[in-house]
Design a protein around this ligand. Structure first.
Ligand SMILES: Cc1cc2nc3c(=O)[nH]c(=O)nc-3n(C[C@H](O)[C@H](O)[C@H](O)COP(=O)(O)OP(=O)(O)OC[C@H]3O[C@@H](n4cnc5c(N)ncnc54)[C@H](O)[C@@H]3O)c2cc1C
Length: 466
């Protein structure tokens, strides 16, 4: 690393030469736009790489990767920086390749395939696909990057029916450590194609992805909102309902402390609530029957209705612009009454929680069944994933969120399924915890084959097998 840092001190001239060779840009700490260039979507992350490269084409990425490799620097790909936190302190010898300008969407309605540039955000593909009556396995947030989300697994509202987004990828274009642009799919470079679908940015910089779409025009979806004091009966009723729900239905139980912000709809602004979100791929009468036990509890607000599929991008009310945040997660092996009681004591009414949201997402269905031709994340077995998050506008808020997260994590520790979900982990962890041991061994072997000198650095790094 020392050598790489010395190298960066003397490469000002070479950076200028690289700039001249690419259509995009390279920004260094000497440049006036440095702070803007190094900013991640998560504003709490202070990333300080050796340089930031902003390619405008796959050819630019090739030049940038060769430049970094030849000078002993590392390369980290980033599409938005939603998951920038885990590598915040590991970038001093790294060229951060921000791919947000590789941004285009093509839909093939006959083949039901989307092809997107690696900087495309979800809402762009969701809206383009909807014009053809098709839906993608997008997540809860409209501005999450398709690349990081898809390469790290991808839990979608329609995943219980159609599996993980990673296993709906049909091809990637990727610049590998030898500085070549490679097309990887089930027939070409199958090991690389397997590894990148779950092992994420450890194997190269993806410049484009292709993935399957599904014929869905409308969904029956929305939320049932109750005061947070009713959290115990609401969450237990919701949990009891789950065994009766088909794969077409996905639900989330959620404790919300909504901030008093203008942009938040008035009825929930500044309130402490318990919410059940429901998404049903089917007609209204069937969907209504499935959630009737929750309606019988008398929600104070009920937005569940038939809506166009793109409305799913806003259902969860995720922030649609950069914010400072801190989150933590657990995959849960079970959710008995004791788990709900313990969670509510730590993060429910009267707990003084500094968290904006603690959600329990229902998994199961196709998410739990290994997909044919799957990548490194074949499936996720745990029946629930917990994700908790708070906003950290000031250091004091950061400290309060950190201590609330610790309490919530401890409250559910007895139900920890052991493995964690790659995309929801927002701090450095031992990457082996994110995969079954045999999968992690194979990922390390593929890393040794494609990137033995560890040129590429991902949010969750996979070392090569030795
Ligand atoms: C508000 C919010 C809502 C979310 N909702 C969901 C959800 O519903 N379901 C879900 O599964 N996840 C969800 N996530 C988690 C999300 O999937 C991860 O944060 C994911 O890493 C974001 O991808 P990104 O490309 O936007 O982020 P980035 O931080 O840009 O990328 C994360 C990592 O992906 C890899 N990567 C990114 N681009 C490339 C590339 N071009 N080539 C190679 N590797 C690349 C890199 O290793 C990078 O470190 C959510 C996160 C937030 C903050």
């Amino acid at each position: 690393m020392q050598q790489a840092i010395q190298t960066i001190d003397v490469i000002g001239v070479e950076v200028r030469a690289l700039r001249a060779r690419i259509a995009g840009d390279v920004v260094t700490p000497e440049d006036p736009n440095w702070d803007e260039a190094r900013q991640a979507w998560n504003l709490a992350v202070d990333q300080r790489p050796a340089a930031v490269a902003i390619p405008e084409s796959a050819e630019d990425v090739v030049e940038i990767v060769r430049f970094a490799r030849d000078r002993g620097l590392k390369v980290a790909a980033q599409s938005t920086g939603h998951n920038a936190a885990p590598m915040e302190h590991a970038l001093s010898d790294t060229v951060l390749v921000k791919v947000h300008k590789l941004r285009d969407v093509e839909i093939d309605p006959e083949a039901r395939i989307a092809r997107v540039g690696a900087g495309t955000i979800w809402i762009e593909a969701v809206e383009a696909a909807a014009e053809h009556g098709l839906a993608a396995l997008a997540g809860s947030s409209p501005d999450v990057g398709i690349a990081g989300y898809s390469l790290g697994g991808g839990l979608s509202w329609i995943g219980r029916k159609h599996g993980l987004q990673a296993n709906n990828i049909t091809a990637v274009e990727i610049v590998t450590a030898d500085g070549c642009l490679v097309h990887a799919d089930r027939d070409n470079e199958p090991d690389l194609f397997w590894a990148v679908r779950g092992g994420s940015g450890n194997f190269g910089v993806v410049t484009a992805l292709e993935f399957r779409l599904h014929p869905i025009r409308e969904v029956y979806a929305g939320m049932l909102v109750f005061p947070q004091e009713r959290a115990e009966e609401v969450l237990k009723t919701w949990r009891d309902l789950i065994p009766s729900l088909p794969d077409e239905m996905t639900t989330v139980g959620r404790i919300l402390n909504v901030p008093p912000l203008e942009e938040i709809p008035e009825p929930v602004r500044g309130r402490s609530l318990v919410v059940v979100e429901a998404i049903y791929l089917g007609d209204e009468a069937e969907g209504a029957e499935l959630i009737q036990p929750l309606r019988d509890l008398g929600p104070e607000m009920d937005t569940v209705m038939t809506v166009p599929a793109p409305a799913l991008s806003h259902l969860h009310m995720d922030p649609e612009h950069p914010v400072p945040g801190m989150g933590d997660t657990l995959l849960l092996s079970d959710l008995p009454d004791e788990a709900i009681d313990s969670l509510l004591a730590a993060g429910g009414p009267g707990s003084d929680s500094a968290l904006l949201s603690v959600e329990l997402r229902q998994l199961g269905g196709a998410i739990a069944r290994p997909a044919p031709d799957h990548g490194a994340i074949a499936s996720i077995d745990a029946p629930f994933v917990m994700f908790a998050v708070g906003m950290t506008m000031t250091p004091e808020m950061g400290a309060a969120v950190h201590s609330s997260l610790t309490r919530v994590m401890e409250s559910l520790a007895a139900y920890d399924a052991g493995q964690a979900y790659f995309n929801f982990v927002e701090k450095p962890v031992e990457t082996g915890r994110l995969f079954p041991p045999t999968v992690y061994r194979r990922l390390r072997e593929v890393k040794a084959q494609y990137d033995p000198r560890e040129l590429f650095r991902a949010n969750h790094p996979i070392p090569p097998a030795r």
